[in-house]
Design a protein. Structure first.
Length: 324
C-alpha cells in the first residue's frame, strides 16, 4: 500500500506508552519528529533512547495551552491524554481538558500548517457495548456522568471536533479507535489489567481480578497497533478505524496466563467490579483490513506477553533497587 510522504511530524503525548513507540517508528521511516509531552503520565525513560537522535527533538509542554511550532509540518499525531482507569479518578479534569482544549489547539495548528491530523481515539467511545464485536458504525452505550465518562466523553468530543474541522475548515484528518493495547513502557501502576497482573505475579502477590473475571478484552501488541496507525496516516481514509486484536479473552484467562508465564505462585483473588466496567470489548476490524492494505495483528499473544514480562521484570527490579 502506498504511504503518503510524511517528513516532519509533531507527536503530542510523545513520552507516553504508545506515543514513544510511534516516535520510534516515525524515525525509522525517515521522519523528523517533534515530541511534546507535559509528563503528567508520560516518562522521559520512555524516550531516553531517542534523545540523541539527530531527527528527534522533545519539548516539555502542555498542549492545552497555545500551541506553536516554527516551520512546516506534514502531520500532527494527537496522542496526549491520561488513559488508564486509575487516571479517571485521579486526573479527571486534565483528561477532559486535553480531550477538548488540547484537541482544539492541535487542530488549529494542523489548519495553520495544512498538516494531516491523526486523532488517537479509543474503543471507550463504545462504552459498555450492547453489540459485540463493535463496528465503527456502532454509536456506543456510554454513561456520560459516570467515573469513566471523563475519558469516554473527552474522546467522543475530540472525534466530533476533529470532524467539525474536517468539514468546516477542510483539515485533512484521520481517526483511529484504539482497542486494548499492551507492551513494553506501560506503567507498572497504571491500573490496567496487564500491568497489574504482571506486577502482582512478579512479586508473588495475590493477583486481583475484578468481578468474576468473565468480562472480556481483546489485547493487541503495541507493534501491531503502531503498524496500523502508520498505515492509516498514509491512507486516504478519514475514519474512524478500529485498530485492535479481534481475538477475545476473559480477564480471568489473562490473569492465569500471566501467572503461568511468570512462573509465579500467586493465586487469584476477586474484588468488586468497578462502576460501568465494560462486559465485552472486541473490535470488528473488517474496515481496517479493507482500507489499510490487509492490516491485522501478527504478533502472537504469547510472544507479546513474554516481551512485556521481560520489560516489567527489569522495571520492577529498578524500582525496588531505588527503594530505601
Amino acid at each position: 500500500m502506498a504511504v503518503r510522504r510524511i517528513e516532519r511530524v509533531l507527536v503530542t503525548g510523545a513520552a507516553g506508552f504508545i506515543g514513544s513507540h510511534l516516535c520510534e517508528r516515525l524515525l525509522a521511516e525517515g521522519c523528523e519528529v517533534l515530541g511534546f509531552d507535559n509528563l503528567l503520565t508520560g516518562s522521559m525513560e520512555n524516550i531516553e533512547g531517542l534523545l540523541g537522535h539527530p531527527r528527534f527533538s522533545f519539548e516539555h509542554y502542555d498542549v492545552t495551552n497555545y500551541l506553536y511550532v516554527p516551520g512546516d509540518l506534514d502531520a500532527i499525531l494527537h496522542f496526549a491524554s491520561p488513559a488508564s482507569p486509575a487516571d479517571f479518578e485521579r486526573l479527571p479534569i486534565q483528561i477532559l481538558k486535553v480531550g477538548s482544549l488540547g484537541t482544539h489547539k492541535a487542530l488549529g495548528l494542523a489548519k495553520a500548517k495544512a498538516a494531516r491530523f491523526l486523532l488517537a481515539s479509543t474503543s471507550e467511545c463504545y462504552g459498555d457495548p450492547e453489540v459485540n464485536p463493535q463496528p465503527e458504525s456502532y454509536w456506543g452505550h456510554v454513561n456520560p456522568i459516570g467515573i469513566r465518562g471523563v475519558y469516554d466523553e473527552a474522546k467522543r468530543f475530540a472525534e466530533a471536533m476533529t470532524m467539525a474541522y474536517h468539514r468546516h475548515h477542510g483539515v485533512d484528518v484521520r481517526i483511529v479507535r484504539i482497542f486494548n493495547t499492551f507492551g513494553p513502557r506501560m506503567q507498572l501502576d497504571d491500573g490496567r489489567a496487564i500491568p497489574n497482573f504482571f506486577r502482582q505475579a512478579l512479586r508473588g502477590e495475590h493477583v486481583t481480578v475484578f468481578g468474576d473475571g468473565s468480562q472480556t478484552r481483546s489485547f493487541c501488541y503495541v507493534d501491531d497497533l503502531v503498524e496500523g496507525i502508520w498505515r492509516l496516516l498514509g491512507s486516504d481514509y478519514v475514519g474512524p478505524v478500529n485498530i485492535g486484536n479481534p481475538k477475545e479473552m476473559s480477564l480471568l484467562e489473562m490473569a492465569r496466563k500471566i501467572i503461568e508465564l511468570c512462573g509465579s505462585k500467586s493465586r487469584i483473588v476477586h474484588r468488586e467490579l468497578p462502576p460501568d466496567d465494560p462486559k465485552v470489548r472486541r473490535p470488528d476490524i473488517g474496515l481496517a483490513r479493507r482500507v489499510l492494505g490487509g492490516w491485522e495483528p501478527v504478533v502472537p499473544i504469547e510472544e507479546g506477553l513474554a516481551r512485556t514480562r521481560d520489560y516489567f521484570a527489569v522495571a520492577l527490579a529498578r524500582r525496588e533497587a531505588k527503594s530505601p
